[in-house]
Design a binder for this molecule. Sequence first.
Ligand code: GLY
Length: 406
Amino acid sequence: MPAQGGQLPEHTQVADVVVIGGGVIGLSIGWRAAQRGMRVVVLERGRAGGGTSHHAAGMLAPVAEVVPAEEPLLDLGLRSARLYPSFAAEVAGAAGVDGIGYTRCGTLLVARDADEAEALERELALRLRLGLEVQRLLPSEARRREPGLAPALRLALEVPDDHAIDPRALTAALAAALRSAGGELREHCEASELTLAGGAVDGVALADGSSLRAGRVVIAAGAWSEQIGGVPERARVPVRPVKGQIMRLHDPAGSGLLRRVIRMGPSYITPRGDGRYVIGATSEERGFDRTVTAGAAFELLRDASELVPGVLELVLDELSAGLRPGTPDNLPAIGPSAVPGLHWAAGHRRGGILLAPATAEMVLAALAGDGPPAHAKPFAPERFARLDSAGPGGSGSASGIEGARA
Ligand code: GLY
């Protein structure tokens, strides 16, 4: 049975903050909290960085990925992109590594035919209306900048400030940075249930039967965030998995094929700058299924090779599937919940790698007791609040009233 306050059961340890989830979001929060002198434990049910972060391409693309009516996400993405140069340098320094694959490569959005070119003109107009940095390129100019592009190109947009990072190098460095700042990372350690005392967070019960006592818990478990038990209805965030199949390749001849990220609609080719490439990604609503399919491999390669024929010469290293964490309104849930001590940092969908520095900044402000910054409001977890089925006096104090108000 999980602890419900009162006596500390055997195997209970005390921390200031427990972060559930050792992906890029959870590790960033844990590292920043440890830097602030908090006693931090990050729990990861598998290997740190081995979940969705392991599959991500690592595009830092707030401008390329802007969607009408999601301006708060654009603002957060731009903020996080601005944080990235110092964030990446600081993580690498703290981890004692030379670099973590942060490349200021820029991005090209491209169109192959008249319909796609028309759609790209609309994308251009949207970005210009939002005051974003983007340049229209004739096919000849696009091909001069990226000779690997196919002659069939119809139109391109240069987005000079959308860059990329290697998420695997980033999560490995974050794990080292967390430990060197005094934080604890427990891999292969599954959180089963949040524990409450008097309506506030008291800690976490672990699947191995032990528990951790902490006054603040951050749920950063990506697509698996809803599987943490014990969260009162009024503090829950609906998160569902959105499957993305993605392919990794390398060029034995070196890094010459592409310099920029190339994007066509939701498809992309991301160069690592060292001859490695990532081609993504499908977007599938298939629950927690993570099988990889021949059809996805075919579609990814067909689209990529129509744009950059040279990809067919690359060596195929890996086809894998990650699960993006999606929320009903497509915005992440970041910050404190209706239950004192429970914080959310989940639901980043396509943007977890990009949004990690800004998410950590926002969560740290809340953990440190500072008021929420003005830009946090659209991401407040309370927007999903539901009535607590246990009602007042149930698992979460006067939850019915708070839930109705939220
Ligand atoms: N961020 C790219 C993707 O989710 O496929």
